[in-house]
Ligand binder design. Structure first.
Ligand code: UDP
Length: 474
């Protein structure tokens, strides 16, 4: 009898990390016939969106919830990275039990962990299971993370105060203030923890990255050249994007698609800040009025404004959220009835982006959203909020030139006139036309990477953890 490879996968809490790892799980189970079990750590109770993607998993992918972790009240406001780390470490006893029981059925050939769950590498070592990291962002960010300890030793100032932009091998120069949010306060506890996460990246058997060669040729090559310096092998197997989930709210989901059905081709700007991004009250107001002033059609996923950091909702349960539409300027919804549609909190993004009426995307530049846009050839307005989004915005606007970038005023607010102008620029202007053409080229390159002979399919077939592997992705 043929022995199937048996793999355990550990995502970290947060939709942006869960979605691509579940897609990887599906790919390995459905197309490569591996036995795959996703082990799901949870903080508090799972959100509706999370339940939606897990319920949509095919029966060939098993999933098991670890007992929910509850954090003390004073930790609930902590940096999401700290909360994630605590969720993982406090789940160690149950994680150990699940891995041991899986091993008892059939030995595990690999344990694939999300980068933010890297604390659990300790458990993999204890149980002697080969560890791999799934990096849900791009090779440019990975390059920064792999070099962070060196940068930490070299520079003593805050990165935002570095006199020169950072020149990572193969990447365009990036100013310190645009580097990943987690490293912007070197005195913080989170920076220390984050540095520890990045050091662990060097100890794994391989890093699976959600990117493709033609998108980041130079930086991938530069990372591969560092193999002798002890960098783990790299497997660029993307783009892996969401291929289907039940939305957390079917009514709003189908409302979006029906509304799009009635709009002219390529006429609608989709506006969304990912699974968690939120704006301040003032900024939400300016965005509403800027959308209205632009006169362009829009479909806007509105989230309640924040009183603090833009990622405050990252680990929160959206079902507890106040009605976000109540925060819009008075009369906005009525005045823009023929022009736009607003939906609270969540939309079926992949279906929206692949709809023929969608012609542009105002995005926070989360990496999943970026890849979903590339797969649909949709040009962007880059509006980064947190995480690695500023790095992604620089890459998209200055290197790939597929995004326009609105400017903030001296108070850090993007005002309505600027918003209206950049929207017109994307939807009907010359800059938008150029960005759209370049996005179409990237879409073709992404599709080629996924062909049976494409670079990403090849990288997937090179993963050494399988026992009897015949690539048959499509
Ligand atoms: N998403 C969605 N509907 C929404 C908001 C987000 O389906 O209303 C999905 C989106 O398609 C993507 C993921 O959630 O797959 C967001 O991931 P991303 O990396 O873009 O951003 P994050 O949420 O991690 O900030």
């Amino acid at each position: 009898m043929e022995i199937k490879s048996h793999i355990a996968i550990l995502p970290s809490p947060g939709m942006g990390h869960l979605i691509p790892l579940l897609e990887l799980a599906k790919l390995l189970a459905l197309h490569h016939d591996f036995g795959v079990t996703c082990i799901i750590p949870i903080l508090g109770s799972p959100s509706k969106a999370m339940i939606g993607v897990l319920e949509a998993l095919p029966t060939s992918v098993d999933h098991v919830f670890l007992p929910p972790v509850c954090l003390e009240d004073d930790l609930l406001g902590a940096e999401p990275g700290i909360q994630i780390s605590l969720t993982i470490t406090r789940s160690f006893p149950s994680l150990r039990d699940v891995l041991k029981s899986l091993q008892a059925t059939s030995p595990l050939d690999a344990f694939i962990l999300d980068t933010s769950a890297s604390d659990a590498l300790e458990v993999a070592k204890e149980l002697n299971i080969s560890p791999y990291i799934f990096f849900s962002s791009n090779a440019t960010v990975l390059s920064l993370l792999l070099q962070l300890s060196k940068l930490d030793e070299t520079f003593s100032c805050e990165y935002k105060d570095m006199p020169e932009p950072l020149r990572l091998p193969g990447c365009i120069p990036i100013h310190g203030r645009d580097l990943i949010h987690s490293i912007q306060d070197r005195k913080s506890e989170w920076y220390r923890l984050f540095l520890r996460h990045t050091k662990r990246l060097h100890s794994v058997k391989g890093i699976i990255v959600n990117t493709f060669r033609d998108l980041e040729e130079r930086v991938i090559k530069a990372l591969e050249d560092e193999k002798e310096a002890g960098y783990p092998p790299l497997y660029p197997i993307g783009p892996i994007i969401q291929t289907g989930s039940r939305t957390s709210n079917e009514v709003d989901g189908s409302k979006c698609l029906t509304w799009l059905d009635n709009q002219p081709g390529g006429s609608v700007l989709y506006v969304s800040f990912g699974s968690a991004g939120s704006l301040s009250n003032d900024q939400l107001n300016e965005l509403a009025l800027g959308l209205e002033q632009s006169g362009e059609k829009f479909l806007w996923v509105v989230r309640s404004p924040n009183n603090g950091p833009a990622n405050a909702a990252y680990l929160s349960n959206q079902s507890h959220e106040l009605d976000p539409l109540a925060f819009l300027p008075e009369g906005f919804v009525e005045r823009t009835k023929g022009q736009g549609l607003v939906v609270p909190s969540w939309a079926p993004q992949v279906q929206v982006l692949s709809h023929g009426s969608t012609g542009g995307f105002l995005t926070h530049c989360g990496w999943n959203s970026t890849l979903e846009s590339i797969m649909n050839g949709t040009p962007l307005i880059a509006w980064p909020l947190f995480g690695e989004q500023r790095m992604n915005a620089v890459f998209l606007a200055e290197d790939l030139k597929v995004a326009l970038r609105p400017k903030e005023n001296e108070k850090g607010v993007v005002v309505r006139e600027e918003i209206a102008q950049v929207i017109k620029g994307l939807m009907v202007g010359e800059d938008g036309k150029n960005a759209r053409n370049r996005m179409k080229d990237l879409k073709i390159a992404a599709e080629k990477a996924l062909y049976p002979e494409g670079s990403s399919t090849r990288a997937l077939s090179e993963l050494p953890f399988k026992r009897d592997f015949k690539p048959r992705r499509f």
